[in-house]
Ligand binder design. Structure first.
Ligand code: NAP
Ligand code: SF4
Length: 666
């Protein structure tokens, strides 16, 4: 992307590192690690950091072990974070988050006893007394945060958590002062702000994260959003942050399929209605986009969370006009949110040091070595980068160009951004003076006779060729061929294998270039209905008109739901996309043969012929490790990482991490 000529003059001091839960909040010595994590970002110029969500009460914890701040003894560990951030002149706000019915435990509470579709626990309806107690608990947490030295708090009022549950009539069926009319439903949020303001005085920052686009049929109307924002300001908030969507709503809001800065128009709509500073957020991942939002007047500040996991130096690099050196967040969620949902510590797929800064400090090796790397897919690139960063002399070869399998991923609609990772490594390798030999297939004899302290094989994978009668028929191609030649693919296609790549290929085949993302997902930028949704009746007409001519079968042998093992935060988007496009997903089958009539299968015991033009093989991969094994036999100091080490269930996150870990071992 071309940087703006204006430079990042507006962006300076207007960047907020948004709340992101790392899991360190709950782990042993986690606050010490969290302090280093925040300090690295504060030192690089972030103006204000918002912590991960901390509950004001036991019932409000996201899980039973989640962090809570409600007692004096808990203040000490928070002081560590404050000290680390203040040492670099940045501000730190504690996010107060009460999960309400999203609490993943049996003690969940909510305005009404209505279970969320994404939780197995039915919440208890709060009594009037308990509601007042929770409001007091918010104020108590804010006071404790003030004691710890925080500059302020962010009150989480969006994404479908407790406050949002009070505001929405779908989750609030109360008939007392806290339910019924809109005025009653926003009473809870306003009382929280007022009680915090009373308790902490005038100077303490209160950011209120306001749900500006619920994407829920019974969400707020635009008029109500404006009314709420004005009252939030009057109640004593210092700033308003933009919240988009509810976690339970099946419309993507932060995944890579969502266009960049897709929701800043919502913030802009509100800007004229309030006088306090407004923060915008969601899918802003580069200084250029952030700057453009500020220049456009969409908001006064920009909040980014995941981009600061991907690159702690984001702001500094932008200010130094080095945005080409930024490690861009590719919005995959794999290293961050998906890990948190599995109860693991968050990190980042493209930056495995994130939240592991103490384990992988940026120190030079005391004993610089000569390292040869064969293969520059993401595993090799990561190893080359970290080895060079640590002061080793790195010589790297690739038989093609840089990027390996990421070059294929870039061709998939919604994954174009994966190019940025290749761009990042390319720029870093050049800066670190790594000797890169492209289009160079290095031979056994050369590596046999070469001197090096270590030779790293990151030679990747090749597509598996399954043993099916007719596999060499002219209609058959593997996924690499299919992705590289997508424009030549005809209308009837069967895909063998429904793993991540089978889904990728299916999405590529059904994607339409002129698709309007908002229309596709039912989002109405004119905000004519509640929740900012398009009229359902209108929408139903659309898919019929736009029906794709292509017939795509996505197939797997296992008798289980297709895409069952796709990632938690993005798998549902991928399944829904294919369902909407009419892809025929079949499981519990075997492959009989491929011939001029098509692909012959036995599906649930019944023989069937799928009359297709192409059969695309997405049946996993095999390791490219022959050279590694030959050199190992003659005693060369070889190492193997990524797909060359283990092709089964290989993913980019593991490959990049393996590259880094090995580089730290030299
Ligand atoms: P995969 O996830 O292992 O899937 C392979 C598919 O091929 C399975 O559906 C399997 O199902 C089928 N299969 C395996 N052996 C077969 C055989 N001999 N004959 C016919 N079918 C066979 O592999 P992948 O799709 O190539 O993905 C590779 C890795 O990249 C995975 O770890 C994946 O997570 C990652 N990836 C992730 C994404 C993402 O968006 N997160 C995207 C792409 C890739 P049956 O055995 O039931 O037929
Ligand atoms: Fe961004 Fe993916 Fe890293 Fe999360 S794991 S911060 S989504 S690149």
């Amino acid at each position: 992307m071309k940087p703006l000529d204006l430079g990042f003059t507006v962006l300076k001091n207007r960047t907020i590192m948004g709340s992101i839960h790392t899991g360190l909040e709950e782990s042993w010595f986690g606050f010490d690690k969290l302090a280093v994590f925040y300090a690295e970002r504060a030192q690089a110029g972030v103006a204000l950091i918002v912590t991960g969500g901390i509950s004001p009460t036991f019932s409000g914890r996201l899980s039973l072990i989640s962090s809570q701040l409600s007692s004096l003894f808990q203040v000490a560990k928070h002081k560590k974070l404050v000290k680390a951030v203040h040492a670099h002149d940045a501000k730190l706000c504690l996010q107060i988050l009460h999960a309400g019915r999203y609490a993943y435990h049996p003690f969940a509470v909510a305005p009404s006893a209505i279970q969320s579709p994404i939780s197995p626990f039915k919440p208890k309806a709060l009594t009037d007394k308990k509601i007042k107690k929770i409001i007091k608990a918010y104020a108590r947490t804010a006071v404790l945060a003030q004691k710890a030295g925080y500059d302020g708090v962010e009150v989480m009022g969006s994404e479908g958590y407790l406050i949002n549950q009070f505001i929405c009539s779908h989750t609030n069926k109360r008939e007392d002062d806290w339910g019924g009319s809109f005025e009653n439903r926003i009473r809870f949020s306003l009382e929280i702000i007022r009680s915090i303001r009373r308790a902490v005085g005038d100077k303490f920052i209160i950011i209120y994260r306001l749900s500006m686009l619920d994407l829920h049929e019974q969400g707020s109307s635009w008029q109500e959003i404006e009314q709420h924002a004005k009252e939030v300001e009057s109640a004593g908030a210092t700033m308003i942050n933009t919240g988009i969507g509810w976690h339970e709503v099946r419309i993507p809001t932060i995944a890579s399929v969502v266009p960049e800065a897709a929701f800043t128009w919502v913030s802009k709509n509100l800007k004229q209605s309030i006088t306090i500073p407004l923060i915008t957020s969601n899918r802003i991942n580069s200084p250029e986009i952030a700057e453009r939002c500020l220049q456009n007047g969409d908001a006064d500040m920009v909040s980014m969370a995941r981009p600061f996991l991907a690159d702690s130096q984001f702001v500094k690099k932008a200010m130094d006009n080095q945005s080409h050196l930024i490690n861009t967040c590719i919005a995959c969620n794999q290293g961050c949110l998906d890990r948190v949902f599995k109860g693991k510590r968050a990190t980042c797929l493209v930056n495995p040091r994130a939240a592991y800064e103490t384990e992988f400090p940026l120190l030079k090796s005391a004993d610089p070595k000569t390292i040869i790397i064969v293969g520059l897919g993401v595993a090799g690139l990561s190893c080359a980068y970290y080895a060079a960063l640590r002061g080793h002399h790195v010589i790297a070869y690739d038989a093609k160009n840089l990027g390996g399998q990421f070059n294929l991923a870039c061709e998939i609609p919604g994954k174009e951004i994966y190019h940025e990772t290749i761009r990042y490594y390319e720029a870093q390798l050049s800066l670190l003076k790594v000797e890169v030999h492209r289009n160079t297939k290095v031979k056994f004899e050369e590596l046999r006779d070469i001197y090096a302290d270590a030779i790293v094989f990151a030679t990747g994978v090749s597509p598996r060729k399954p043993d099916i009668d007719g596999i060499d028929h002219f209609s058959v191609m593997d996924y690499e061929e299919a992705i590289k030649n997508k424009s030549t693919i005809k209308n009837k296609v069967a895909i063998i294998g429904a793993g991540g790549i089978g889904f990728d290929v299916a999405e590529m085949l059904v994607a339409k270039e002129d698709d309007d993302w908002y229309e596709q997902w039912g989002v109405d930028k004119a905000y004519r209905n509640r929740g900012g949704l398009l009229d359902k009746v209108e929408q139903k007409k659309k898919p019929l008109e736009a029906q794709d001519k292509r017939t795509v079968y996505l197939l797997q042998r296992k008798d289980e739901k297709l895409g069952k093992n796709l990632a938690r935060t993005t798998g549902w988007i991928r399944r829904l996309t294919l369902r909407k496009a009419g892809v025929k997903m079949l499981s519990d089958l075997s492959y009989d043969k491929i011939d001029d009539y098509g692909l012959h299968i036995v599906h649930k015991g019944v023989s069937e012929t799928l009359a297709v033009d192409h059969v695309i093989i997405c049946a996993g991969q095999v390791s490219e490790d022959a050279l590694y094994k030959r050199l190992r036999e003659i005693g060369q100091p070889v190492h193997v990482i990524g797909g060359a080490k283990k092709a089964a269930e290989l993913d980019a996150e593991t490959a990049i991490k393996e590259g880094m870990v090995l580089a730290y071992n030299f």
